[in-house]
Design a binder for this molecule. Structure first.
Ligand code: AMP
Length: 268
């Protein structure tokens, strides 16, 4: 499956992508994680991206697109992928569409995770990451006992929790503003392509995973793949016989039927 998870910072894209990755055996591709790794390694890309990230702004499209082009060409992405945090604006969405067309790997679904603004702020301010294994916790929802109950699988010691530098109050407000301005328009972009599903992403992690799975499987995968792979049928020139059969200029006599399958909301 080739999936995009859309949603504001703190909507749970990262957490849900990781769970989906384990279930579907496809890689999670998070541009945020890739950029943080580039910053940590001190690469040229990291140096160029750092300032924008610290200010809660978007990193330049050219940098992000170069990175994603390389990542999608890796062998593991041929089985499918979950894009987390990409695309973030219309230019990126259009570039992704063109790239996937070249690779002959069209998207199967785009899921929008909807979370109330106050809840987003609460989640982001409580978010902590283990500096050793990278696992994400939330100190406002998971109790201290839970976090300390199992050792870090990387160090064997208790998790060393750190807060992301861009999870501070001022930067969070800017990231949410940027989301509304640049990323929210993608909902319409994908809705018009018939790919959008919207889920309510509050509640327990397990409940959201359940809704996500339902949304993803609302349309059978085979149907999606067949629909996207089907060549566009060329219109045949009208012949006298076909025109007569079609009656009044070949127009449909009844209303067009649209199928509404599944319980997932297809865009509101
Ligand atoms: P995230 O971990 O997805 O919240 O991303 C953290 C930061 O990385 C964002 O605030 C941006 O500065 C940058 N970033 C991540 N993904 C993108 C993207 N697709 N386009 C531009 N900047 C991005």
């Amino acid at each position: 499956m080739r999936i995009v998870l859309l949603g504001a910072p703190g909507s749970g894209k990262g957490t849900q992508s990781q769970r989906l990755m384990q279930r579907e055996h496809i890689p999670q591709i998070s541009t945020g994680d890739l950029l943080r790794a580039a910053v940590a390694s001190g690469s040229e890309l990291g140096r160029k991206a750092r300032q924008a990230m610290e200010g809660g702004r978007l990193v330049a499209d050219a940098l992000v697109l170069g990175m994603i082009r390389e990542r999608l060409r890796e062998a593991d992405a041929r089985r499918g992928f979950i894009l987390d945090g990409f695309p973030r604006n219309l230019a990126q969405a259009q570039a992704l569409e063109a790239l996937l067309k070249t690779l002959r790997q069209p998207l199967d679904a785009v899921v929008q995770l909807e979370v109330d603004y106050a809840e987003l702020v609460r989640r982001i301010s409580g978010r902590r990451t283990c500096a050793d294994c990278g696992r994400v916790f939330n100190v406002s929802t998971s109790g201290a006992e839970l976090i300390g109950s199992e050792p870090c699988h990387s160090s064997g010691a208790p998790h060393r929790l750190v807060q992301r530098p861009d999870d501070n109050e001022a930067t969070v407000a800017e990231r949410l503003r940027v989301y509304e301005e640049k990323t929210r328009p993608l909902i319409d972009f994908y809705r018009t392509r018939g790919l959008l599903r919207v889920i309510h992403a509050e509640g327990s992690v397990e409940e959201v995973t359940e809704r996500l799975e339902q949304a993803l499987h609302a349309v059978p995968r085979a149907t999606v793949a067949a629909r996207r792979a089907a060549p566009t049928r060329k219109r045949r020139a009208p012949t006298a016989k076909r025109a007569a059969k079609a009656g009044s200029g070949g127009k449909r006599s009844g209303p067009r039927r649209t199928s509404r399958r599944g319980s997932a909301r297809r865009g509101r």
